[in-house]
Write a protein that binds this ligand. Structure first.
Ligand code: XMP
Length: 511
């Protein structure tokens, strides 16, 4: 299969590069910067892209690639740090910058090149660099310059080596995708073979070949990834797949029924429904520490799932909805945010000691691709575009003790939030919107009577990947409807607040 390999030098945009390549319908994968040239050769890439990165090529700990890559004979595009490294390793000069050039810039294209085929001679680009190339390596020529960088784009056409000082992968470079497409299609000669239709076809064959006549077990959470994995595997092997859905007692209103209806009755997938509400809630009794809640739920889930699996028979494979971002090994370089933020969000995961072989058909896919596969498999919008929901469920949105009565209050309030967001046409536009039950009571008046009841907080955030988030400026009239409905319809609530904190310093969830 044609593929572009991206060597990661620790840029926060490495995954964005990989996604842009795939948007050009070419498969891409990210490997560490120090992947040996021999190993790269075995993978037969159609082209290589060297990402940017936070270091200077002169730093003691600067990531350097295997110099053998320059002799592989495949086209290589260096972006920012990747370009500087290209110049440095091939005999040019890079100068340490005393100040960063950060923000929009204009480049002027001076020579015709496939990289800018059919593009205007002046292009708006996004710069973010400290060092810059000051002398070209032998064989290279300048293609474009900017006010600040005399070597904003460089090329050695005979060896098909190209360097961009700017970032073509970010939206702030309006024609960046065209530049990448020109590299991938025009210079590397890739076709357009990576589509979700072809992915599904290959994947069905792979699953059938791997599984044979054996049986597969899948823990269905109702989230996008496990749902799409279930639909895909079911299409491949039908009855050989059994899904287990555990009700942990802290699901959203109607969730358990919805999953049974859609997967069991609708799609005809064999589904084992395990209502473990009592076990979970018993163990959560009296617990108000967030970390203890997570641990209890995580441990109990494994226990319940294990028992249900044993009851269900013998399985060779355990299927999981692992996606590509879970698989990419982050580069341990200071300043690389992906390396520092290792999520604590593994509640709901299963321990390695379980004696199964893993089946992870979505391992190569980014989230938007998983969604596209879901659409092509006929899953409804409510599943494919569902907002993320934490493994420990409403337990981390009920501050203080989790009791059946408090779960009911939050389920009702949460349901109203989802309903109103959908009616306002905002539910699918926003990363997450939900209600939180606070551990305080406050005084109010209802009719002629004094009340002393619970407070609900509303959270609405925009985010790209959950790592950072900004609170959404919901319209006042929508906030007013939410407040009125929650106070009128949810027994036990007399006050509604709106959370106006972003992440960082707050987190998305309250616990
Ligand atoms: P925080 O609260 O850390 O959340 O800003 C970031 C994103 O992760 C989700 N989240 C979880 N997901 N298990 C999960 O599967 C968890 O334990 C968990 N905790 C938080 C959260 O909803 C948000 O999208």
């Amino acid at each position: 299969m044609e593929q572009i390999i991206i060597l990661d030098f620790g840029s926060q945009y490495t995954q964005v590069i990989a996604r842009r390549v795939r948007e050009c319908q070419v498969f891409s994968q990210i490997l560490r910067y120090d992947t040996p040239a021999g190993k790269l050769a075995e993978l037969k890439p159609t082209g290589l892209i060297l990402s940017g990165g936070p270091c200077s090529v002169y730093d003691a700990k600067a990531p350097h690639c295997d110099k053998g890559i320059w002799k592989l004979g495949v086209p290589i595009l260096g972006i920012c740090y990747g370009m500087q490294l290209m110049a440095h390793q091939l005999g040019g000069k890079v100068q340490r910058g005393d100040k960063r050039e950060y923000g929009p810039a204009e480049i002027e294209i001076e020579k015709d090149t496939t990289l800018f085929r059919e593009m205007a001679y002046e292009q708006q680009v996004w710069m973010s660099h400290g060092d810059k190339v000051t002398k070209l390596p032998p064989g290279f020529k300048t293609i474009a310059k900017s006010g600040n960088s005399p070597f904003a784009v460089i090329a050695d056409d005979s060896r098909r080596l190209y360097g961009l000082q700017f970032h073509p992968e970010v939206h702030h470079t309006p024609n960046g995708k065209q530049v990448l497409s020109n590299f991938i299609h025009g210079i590397c000669g890739c076709g357009r073979n990576w589509t979700m239709k072809s992915f599904i076809e290959h994947s069905l064959e792979d699953i059938r070949a791997k599984v044979g006549q054996d049986k597969v077990l899948l823990g269905l959470s109702g989230g996008v990834d496990s749902s799409v994995a279930a639909a895909l595997i079911h299409k491949a092997i039908g009855e050989q797949l059994l899904c287990v859905f555990v009700n942990n007692g802290v699901l959203r209103k109607g969730e358990a029924e919805g999953v049974q209806k859609l997967f069991g009755r609708g799609l005809g997938i064999r589904l084992h429904y395990e209502d473990a509400t009592k076990v979970f809630l018993n163990r959560l009794k009296g617990v108000d520490d967030p970390e203890r809640k997570r641990k209890i739920i995580g441990r109990t889930f494994v226990e319940v799932f294990d028992k249900a699996a044993k009851k269900a028979g013998k399985f060779r494979f355990l299927a999981q909805g692992t996606t590509y971002p879970d698989v990419i090994e982050s580069v341990p370089i200071a300043g690389n945010p992906a390396a520092m933020i290792k999520s604590h969000h593994t509640v709901g995961g299963l321990p390695k000691k379980m004696k199964f072989e893993l089946l992870e058909p979505l391992r190569q896919l980014f989230k938007d691709e998983v969604r596209e596969v879901g659409v092509q498999l006929g899953l409804p919008k409510e599943i494919v575009w569902r907002q993320p929901f934490p493994g420990p469920g409403l337990a981390v949105r009920i501050l203080g003790e989790v009791t059946p009565a408090r779960i009911k209050v939050l389920q009702e309030a949460d349901w109203i939030v989802i309903d109103e967001m959908k009616k306002a046409g905002l539910y699918y536009e926003i990363w997450q919107t939900f209600a939180v039950l606070l551990p305080v009571k406050s005084v109010g008046v209802m009719g002629d009577e004094r009340t002393y009841e619970n407070a609900i907080a509303i959270r609405a955030v925009h985010s790209v990947d959950g790592m950072t988030a900004d609170w959404v400026r919901l319209p006042y009239d929508l906030l007013a409807r939410l407040s009125t409905r929650i106070i009128n319809e949810v027994k036990g609530v007399n006050r509604v607040c709106f959370d106006i904190s972003s992440k960082p310093p707050a987190t998305i969830e309250w616990e």
